[in-house]
Design a protein around this ligand. Structure first.
Ligand code: ZN
Length: 378
């Protein structure tokens, strides 16, 4: 991967290139970002740049030397990659990052703007179980103790380090405190606050800011041949997250969640008990994470309705059906009920997090929404 493959983040690229030029490569970095800002791709681009054999390289790796050729395929013997995994519910066997390395390579080569949920879908596991497990931690310790095979540096990329098996943290801390020679760790996290302070303080922290709308728009036009109007709409909705922007770009119709949410809400409003329970039944079959995503989607829709009501905004949606629904729904939300509606969604999220019975949570929410949307504030 090249630096040029990463959208924006020019300051970070400059800093990393300078680290190499002045021989001040840190032995352990923490790339902290929210989804879709490019930290994972940056880690691969930096690893390739550090090990590029072309001594005249200035702003990017050469792409032709024997090291670059292997890094381009994410298959260099001195590149070690770790990420969250879990056994799917069907098979119970010992697994670790090694088990899924081919799938990880495949998905990264498709797009390095990878979300955790895309990764879990790829290997068919539910989010709550996935960790970087004890076998992975042992493997990190073992691999760190051997000499690089071919290059000057061996590089460890650990994606989502906050998912590290908690009992292994002291071992990892030890190796970060006393790093073996010519070893570079690049840890990537979406939640630096979840890392133990003892580890945090040993890492060089680099924070990735959100991408600007213009960066997202230009990347969609130049790299994906997107037309200007769509690129502009998507960049507005993506909130600095290119993973989200790509997701929207590849949609040919609204997400399934839109239809599901719209139909459920209609049944709540019209108090069609049979339909309400049929929706509640379907929701209860989803995992907890998907149930939370559904409720968060609802909160987002409510926010968008507010913008429409108070700023007389036109709905910023990619598809006519979505814009239509937003416009209609916004007529039922107002200053009297909006806080209560928002609170009901937030309470439901908390109940789901606390493992409450999801059928009861969603049935209760459905009937409360009926009252709020139809009769206002109570
Ligand atoms: Zn090279």
């Amino acid at each position: 991967m090249y630096f040029k493959d990463i959208i924006g983040q020019e300051e970070i690229k400059k800093q990393l290139i300078k680290n190499v030029g002045s021989n001040r490569i840190s032995h352990a970095y923490l790339f902290a970002e929210s989804e879709g800002r490019g930290a994972l791709g940056m880690a691969f681009a930096y690893a390739q740049f550090i090990n590029c054999l072309d001594q005249t390289r200035l702003k990017d790796s050469c792409g032709r030397c024997s090291s670059c050729l292997k890094f381009q395929k994410i298959a260099h013997p001195d590149l070690h990659i770790f990420f969250p995994t879990a056994t799917s519910s069907k098979e119970k066997k010992n697994i670790s990052s090694k088990t899924y390395i081919n799938q990880f390579r495949e998905i990264i080569l498709e797009s390095h703007y990878l979300s955790l949920s895309q990764w879990y879908d790829k290997i068919g596991v539910e989010k709550k179980h996935a960790i970087i497990n004890a076998d992975d931690c042992n493997e990190i310790i073992n691999k760190a103790s051997i000499k690089p095979y071919e290059n000057k540096f061996k590089i460890f990329i650990v994606w989502m380090v906050e998912k590290l098996y908690p009992k292994a943290a002291p071992k990892i801390l030890k190796i970060v405190e006393e790093p073996p020679e010519n070893t570079i760790f690049i840890f990537i996290t979406h939640n630096p606050d979840k890392l133990p302070e003892t580890i945090l303080s040993r890492l060089q922290l680099i924070r990735f800011p959100p991408l600007s709308n213009l960066e997202i728009k230009n990347a969609l036009i130049n790299k994906y041949n997107c037309n200007e109007e769509t690129a502009s709409n998507i960049s507005f909705m993506a909130s600095g997250n290119f993973t989200e922007a790509l997701h929207k770009y590849y949609l040919t119709q609204p997400d399934d969640i839109f239809y599901f949410f719209r139909d459920w809400l209609r049944s709540c409003y019209s108090l069609s008990t049979k339909e309400i329970f049929s929706h509640v039944e379907k929701i209860s079959l989803l995992g907890r994470e998907k149930q939370k995503a559904f409720l968060n989607y609802g909160l987002k829709i409510i926010n968008e309705c507010l913008l429409i009501n108070y700023n007389a905004n036109k709905p910023q949606k990619l598809f006519e059906e979505e814009a239509d629904f937003l416009l209609k729904f916004s007529k039922f939300t107002n200053h009297k009920n909006i806080i209560s509606v928002t609170n009901r969604f937030n309470e439901s999220i908390i109940h789901i997090e606390r493992n409450a019975n999801s059928k009861i949570v969603f049935a209760d929410l459905s009937f409360k929404l009926h009252k709020l949307l139809k009769y206002g504030s109570k």
